[in-house]
Design a protein around this ligand. Structure first.
Ligand code: MTE
Ligand code: HPA
Ligand code: MOS
Length: 792
């Protein structure tokens, strides 16, 4: 294969591809040529069997009988297993129990696996799995967050964060508003569906190839269901064709089921879900029902807030405790709430267990305060941007409702910059004029900020390990605990290693993530992959460098200060030694050229008993300004232009970071506009394929899309080369699109009314909001009463 060019010109005095340069993704060429191997592309081992599961057809029921004879007798079927055949643990809940690997006599969502089949072909396994005769005794269901709230069904206890006396602040505030909204869920729609391949090993164990963000958890759960020690199980993840949070916990059940079948049959087993099964059987982004009660002054500045966020968790806890926590931590977005109470509920419903999805509850929490900002603006008759600016955190208004002090105030300046570069005020005036004269088409504009907390909120997950080998030809092999899902983690960490030794990037090779190389890893999640693994890799490099310096100082009789790593050489006193020659000398002198590295994030803590602490090492920030046009006859819309200014700290790779921003924004747009999960009243997902579930196409991206990184903005915290995490935060920049749509709709009542607009804001919902807004305008009599935000 052709060698990848490094697309930053090589300055003659430094090595190429170092941190800060726009090196191509290490698999870019393989991605676009189809040579990158995903699980289903691996050569199939001799005797391979294919797995499928029988699925519950009821949302909540007792299973009274299960006749599997027809399944067993189907041609090609080799093995059929139920929960009674599991030798070890039967519960594979990742944090809390509640996820049976195969259901017993109770099913709690449509699609729940009842039994597992291994057959000689993918098709035979799926056909056979449909032939079971299962008898159910239906039980009552709760399908939505509101139903669960009414029935007091929760997967975990609620949690409250309190600052000051919000009741008093609300009672005494000059103005007060209430509102509520439903924020939709989201299917991950990774291009590579869930898949794994499990091979029994020589001894009792198994080797697992999986498309998972969390190989160590897959390893542990597979060991537990098989009743083995963790060291009997090896897990490898080369890459995922997208994860987006959907492979943090959701890959493990496939691996466990395949491992059970592989151990039972003694044959390798592949389990690749068909798209429709993947959509029905694996968790999605939580939809939320949120409410606010806010008090503010004449300027629209918040004095107090009482916010409730309720996530639909599905039938089991999965990661929902942390996800609803993150929604609570982000219900302020970039604004000081004043004296505040934030309550979070984890609603139990008889639907698939919802899970991590880019932003991890943060986006759903932010939506309620962004709605409030628009509502205040309409109430006071001001431009929503002015209300947003006045409410931003700043010196003196810098403590969140959970007690973390905001130490870096980037948003005021970033908004100011984008306001100018996007021509906000001029376009605002043009749009106001356009909307006065245009009857059918209405345009809307909005500029919204993002402040996103970086660190896992579960403290122990903020750790990482790495393994670096330097070989005698000067080439370097790198392993770390992070997984590659397209986000560019591997190339960024490789750039860190190249920078540590000051050698060309093509001397560094990153290989598949494996549990026997770096143990006990955290999931690649919370946008922290580079922060954690980059630092761990740097630690490993520093250890090797120290040994090399000690060796050179002694061998050449110079002091350590006279040794430097520079442009593929090592300068030892007056000598410049080629990197590879130097490494060879160190080898001959019996210097260890391999090291592990470790990192754990400093400063962070959170006390759940008091709801106070510093859960985040720092915040990532971004601002977006979007303009939309809405057809008021059909509710259809288009994003005309989006300007983004995003803070990636001292970017390790501006090209990769801008790709994350563009991709995150478009994925967020899809979430807030067209991607609708529709369940029927029996709890069956109707939108279970691309024909009924609409992710954004390239033609849906803003026609005019201008993305820039905030220049000269090193992270004040000592992260790897002062960079900032970039994976999740840009998704929330898409709130500007939703807010711009509300702006366009508000124009039909001359901006005096704040239209409710639940998400996804499909054309149907937009049309409904237009109707509501027009009706409100028509009902207005000559009263002098102030308009308020109202629900449809
Ligand atoms: N980018 C691509 N191309 N594919 C993905 O699956 N996942 C996102 C984000 N960007 C994802 C992505 C999510 S949910 C997270 S948490 C981060 O990448 C994880 O990687 P990082 O920590 O290395 O940024
Ligand atoms: N983000 C993403 N994934 C997680 C987190 C988090 O904060 N906590 C546990 N898994
Ligand atoms: Mo990302 S939702 O933290 O995998």
């Amino acid at each position: 294969m052709r060698k990848l060019p490094i697309n930053t010109p090589k300055p003659s005095d430094t090595a190429s591809g170092l941190s800060g340069t726009q090196a191509y993704h290490d698999s870019a060429w393989k991605h676009v040529s189809g040579k990158a191997r995903y699980i289903d592309d691996l050569p199939e081992p001799e005797g391979l069997l294919h797995a499928a599961v029988g699925q519950s057809t009821h949302a909540h029921a007792r299973v009274t009988a299960m006749d599997l004879d027809a399944v067993r007798n189907y041609p090609g079927v080799v093995e059929v297993m139920t929960v009674n055949d599991v030798p070890g643990h039967t519960d594979i809940g990742p944090v809390f129990p509640g996820d049976p690997v195969l259901a017993g006599d109770l099913v709690e969502h449509v699609g729940q696996p009842l039994f597992a089949v291994a057959a000689t072909s993918h098709r035979a396994a799926r056909q056979a799995a449909r032939l079971a005769k299962v008898s159910y005794e239906p039980l009552p269901t709760a399908l939505t967050a509101q139903e669960a709230l009414e029935q007091k069904l929760f997967v975990r206890p609620d949690h409250t964060q309190l600052r000051g006396d919000p009741d008093k602040a609300l009672a005494e505030a000059p103005h007060r508003l209430q509102g509520e909204m439903n924020v939709g869920g989201q299917e991950h729609f990774y291009l590579e569906g869930q898949a794994c391949l499990v091979e029994p090993t020589e001894d009792a164990g198994v080797f697992v190839h999986t498309s998972s963000q969390h190989p160590s958890e897959v390893q542990k759960l597979v060991a537990e269901v098989l009743g083995l020690a963790i060291h009997e199980v090896q897990v490898e993840v080369r890459r995922m064709g997208g994860g987006f949070g959907g492979k943090e916990t959701q890959a493990a059940p496939l691996a466990c089921i395949s491992a059970l079948l592989a151990r039972k049959t003694g044959r390798p087993v592949k389990y690749r879900m068909a798209r429709a099964d993947d959509m029905v059987q694996t968790g999605k982004r939580h939809d939320f029902y949120n409410t606010y009660d806010i008090g503010f002054d004449e300027q629209g500045v918040l004095r107090g807030a009482d916010i409730m966020v309720a996530g639909r968790c599905g039938f089991s806890p999965d990661l929902s405790d942390a996800i609803v926590d993150r929604a609570m931590f982000h219900s302020d977005n970039g604004y000081s709430l004043g004296e505040a109470r934030v309550v979070g509920h984890r609603c139990k419903t008889h639907t698939v267990s919802n899970t991590a999805f880019r932003g991890f509850g943060g986006p759903q929490g932010m939506m309620i305060i962004e709605r409030a900002m628009d509502d205040i603006a309409r109430y006071l008759g001001e431009d929503p941007l002015d209300i947003r600016k006045r409410n931003l955190y700043g010196p003196g208004r810098d403590v969140t409702h959970y007690g973390q002090k905001i130490e870096q105030h980037l948003l005021p300046d970033m908004i100011e910059k984008l306001e100018v570069s996007s021509d906000y005020r001029k376009r605002r005036a043009e749009i106001t004029h356009f909307n006065k004269t245009s009857q059918i088409l209405k345009r809307g504009l909005s500029l919204t900020p993002v402040k996103f907390g970086i660190s896992f909120t579960a403290q122990h997950l903020n750790q990482a390990g790495a393994l670096v080998h330097v070989y005698t030809d000067g080439s370097i092999h790198l392993n770390h605990g992070g997984t590659e899902m397209g986000q560019g983690l591997f190339i960024k960490v490789a750039q860190v290693v190249a920078s540590a030794f000051q050698v060309d990037l093509d001397r560094v090779k990153v290989s598949a993530t494996r549990t026997d190389k770096v143990p006990n890893t955290s999931p690649t999640a919370a946008s922290s992959g580079t922060d954690l693994n980059g630092m761990a890799a740097l630690d490993a490099c520093e250890k090797i460098k120290q040994r090399l310096v000690d060796f050179a100082a002694e061998a050449h009789g110079v002091s350590a200060e006279d040794i430097a790593f520079e442009n593929n050489t090592v300068r030892v006193g007056d000598q410049r030694i080629d990197w590879a020659d130097f490494v060879q000398q160190a080898y001959m002198a019996r210097v260890s050229l391999s090291s592990n590295g470790f990192y754990s994030t400093p400063k962070i803590h959170y006390d759940r008993a008091t709801g106070q602490g510093r859960p985040f090492l720092y915040f990532a920030n971004g601002v977006a300004c979007s303009e939309v046009v809405v057809d008021t006859l059909t509710g259809e819309y288009k994003v005309l232009r989006t300007d983004i200014l995003h803070d990636a700290g001292q970017s390790l790779n501006p090209a990769v970071d801008i790709g994350q921003i563009e991709g995150g924004f478009v994925q967020g747009m899809g979430w807030l506009t067209t991607e609708e999960l529709v369940y029927n009243k029996e709890g069956r997902l109707l939108s279970n394929g691309p024909a009924t579930y609409k992710i954004p196409a390239v033609s849906d991206a803003p026609a005019d899309f201008r993305v820039e990184l905030l220049p000269a903005s090193p992270n004040p915290e000592s992260t790897v080369f002062r960079s900032k995490a970039v994976g999740e935060p840009p998704l929330m920049l898409a709130m500007s699109v939703w807010s711009a749509m509300r702006d366009a709709i508000a124009s039909v009542a001359d901006y005096r009314y704040s239209p409710p607009l639940d998400t996804p804001a499909t054309p149907e919902r937009v049309l409904g909001a237009i109707t509501t807004t027009r009706r409100w305008a028509a009902e207005q009599t000559a009263t002098t009463e102030k308009p308020v935000s109202q629900e449809a």
